[in-house]
Design a binder for this molecule. Structure first.
Ligand code: AMP
Ligand code: MG
Length: 321
């Protein structure tokens, strides 16, 4: 089993030295937990892909402390980048830009661009500070599975990696992966919706092209089935829940707005009505639903009122694909 350790000064120093020596450490961010390695170390990046069983074409995000560190990873840091970073960093916004030659090619699927983000979680920041250089990290889950929002989730994912160190950082309060904004093309495009919405970005970068949903060649990690429980998962409209449950021979789990609409022996996991709270609770709820070991998870489709709901619906679509 991986070891969860308290993120005190000694363990942060230890984690930083593991990364500097080409190793891999799991650490908390405000979005989800990450599996981090030295951005400039080819072999370390390959180790992340091995542990995660990630296809080599799916690029990692380089995490940085601040703008000067970002400039060690990307080229073409312009006025737009400066304004975006000043508005949203540290925070859940990832920028895709042309890469510097020093970035390990295997960490970015051999691309000419690299994604960069400055996390706000204090443990991630202390780790970056102690390491003194960028840390590339995907979410700390096996490919295709639900992203981890607690240290215990990382342990569940990598139970066969006894040497993996997991820095404890509580619950990731955003709970969904960062917004990925591609600035390497003519018109900025959101490749993955997140807590920073298009409406928040367009005052700075002008019109933002819509995210692509299916077969997104430009952002391989956003494939149609992702963030998925092991149990078959289905979306259902509120009006159809009663009928759908009547047709289930065995008890199922429902992520629902209210417990009353889920009669026993079916089990309800009640979801918040506000987008941010829903997002923060989603992955943990899917894990909980999965662990109940029923043969179906139903998710009551929340209304899509725009904003952060776009990101929630994006993840729900993939979880149930
Ligand atoms: P993860 O860290 O597991 O949430 O995955 C990071 C995601 O960011 C990837 O799956 C891609 O979708 C996206 N991404 C990272 N780097 C790039 C890049 N250079 N170009 C386009 N998308 C990227
Ligand atoms: Mg991921």
């Amino acid at each position: 089993m991986p070891k969860i350790v308290k993120a005190d000064a000694a363990n942060i120093r230890k984690a930083a030295s593991i990364i500097r020596d080409g190793g891999v450490v799991a650490f908390p961010t405000e979005t989800v937990y990450g599996l981090g390695c030295d951005t400039f170390n080819e072999r370390a990046a390959l180790e992340v892909y091995r542990i995660k069983r990630r296809p080599s074409s799916n690029p990692l995000i380089a995490h940085v402390l601040d703008i000067p560190m970002a400039k060690r990873v990307v080229i073409g840091w312009d006025v737009r980048c400066q304004k975006l970073a000043e508005a949203f960093w540290p925070g859940p916004l990832t920028l895709v830009l042309p890469r510097r030659a020093e970035v390990a090619p295997s960490s970015i699927g051999g691309r000419s661009t690299v994604a960069v983000r400055s996390p706000s979680h204090q443990v991630a920041r202390q780790l970056l500070e102690a390491t003194g250089s960028p840390i590339s990290a995907p979410s700390a889950n096996r490919t295709g599975r639900i992203s981890p929002t607690k240290a215990e989730h990382v342990v569940e994912e990598f139970s066969d990696e006894p040497d993996l160190m997991v820095l404890e950082g509580g619950t990731s309060h955003v709970g969904l992966e960062s917004t990925v904004l591609d600035l390497s093309r003519a018109r900025p495009m959101v490749l993955r919706p997140g807590a920073i919405t298009k409406d928040m970005l367009s005052p700075i970068v002008g019109e933002v092209a819509d995210p692509l949903f299916a077969g997104q060649g430009s952002s391989p990690g956003t494939s149609s089935r992702h963030y998925a429980p092991r149990t078959r998962t289905e979306m259902v409209d509120t009006a159809n829940i009663e009928r759908r449950l009547q047709s289930c021979p065995d008890p199922v789990v429902v992520l629902a707005s209210r417990a009353e609409i889920v009669p026993p022996p079916h089990v309800a996991i009640v979801m918040p009505s506000e987008a941010k709270e829903y997002a923060a609770k989603l992955y943990e709820s899917l894990r909980q639903a999965d662990s109940l070991d029923r043969n179906l998870i139903l998710i009551e489709r929340p209304a899509n009122k725009g904003g952060v709901w776009e990101a929630v619906h994006d993840r729900l679509r993939r979880a149930s694909a």
